[in-house]
Design a protein around this ligand. Structure first.
Ligand SMILES: Nc1ncnc2c1ncn2[C@@H]1O[C@H](COP(=O)(O)OP(=O)(O)OP(=O)(O)O)[C@@H](O)[C@H]1O
Length: 234
């Protein structure tokens, strides 16, 4: 198996605040890996450090074996990295189909037909404006737009936060289909049932440091980890 994403000893700051303090992790090709932790642990800042939205002061980032450390976000995106941020970033005044068409990259492997196969609701809603969509549909549109850029690695920041259980199930199934289509995924998510269902491996981060790493089976078996690091008795 080869590595889709690797970061090593990343240190990032907001002003003088040393927020990310030496994070290392990897996502192998075809894997879904989660980054877990309490509020403020540094999960979003880690994704920003990988994508180039927050320039790390130390450490290294590789995407599909190519070092992209310090690259601006648009260049990392061209090299196969996509980030779907928490506040979804879709165009509310454009229709669903317009939102998709402006994200299409010439030569990328995803067609609109491929997208509609994974997200049939988007096809049903293709003439509606982005602003008319439910929260779950907006999340699907945000993921679909990211895919049209042809990423090798997709980073999702809390994709099911605040959504009804039935929509969560739908999005979980869609994320699996995206993985099955060959996209490797780094997932930040607070819903532990979703993480347990989707992921091959988990990293837990606390105060900007990775404090625990577990395979899917270890994570499901070891309830003390959830209590200790995540503050839940799940
Ligand atoms: N733009 C910013 N400027 C200064 N400090 C920030 C900024 N963004 C985040 N922080 C701080 O950095 C720390 C890590 O935040 P981050 O958003 O990465 O955490 P998180 O694990 O994603 O948490 P959450 O689940 O609440 O989103 C927090 O203490 C937060 O207050």
């Amino acid at each position: 198996m080869s590595e889709a994403l690797r970061i090593e000893d990343i240190h990032s700051y907001y002003g003088k605040s040393h927020i990310i303090q030496g994070v290392s992790l990897k996502v192998e090709e075809g894997e879904i890996v989660t980054l877990l932790g309490r509020n403020g642990a540094g999960k979003t800042s880690t994704l920003k450090s990988i994508s180039g939205l927050l320039a790390p002061k130390r450490g290294h980032v590789w995407i599909s074996g190519e070092e992209t450390t310090g690259w601006p976000a648009y260049r990392a995106a061209q090299n196969g990295l996509a980030l779907v941020p928490e506040h979804r970033g879709i165009f509310g005044l454009l229709t669903v189909e317009e939102n998709l068409r402006i994200s299409q990259r010439r030569g990328a492997q995803w067609s609109l037909a491929d997208i509609y196969q994974i997200f049939p609701r988007l096809e049903e809603r293709r003439k509606n404006s982005g602003g008319q969509l439910s929260g779950g549909e907006q999340q699907m549109l945000a993921i679909a737009r990211a895919l049209l850029g042809g990423p090798k690695v997709l980073m999702l920041d809390e994709p099911v936060e605040g959504l009804a259980p039935i929509i969560v199930e739908e999005i979980v199934a869609q994320i699996k289909k995206v993985r099955d289509a060959g996209v490797s995924i780094l997932l930040v998510e607070q819903n532990l049932a979703v993480c347990a269902e989707l992921a091959d491996r988990h990293y837990i981060i606390e105060l900007g440091k990775v404090v625990h790493h577990a395979t899917a089976a270890e994570f499901i078996a070891d309830h003390t980890v959830r209590d200790r690091y995540l503050g839940v008795n799940a």
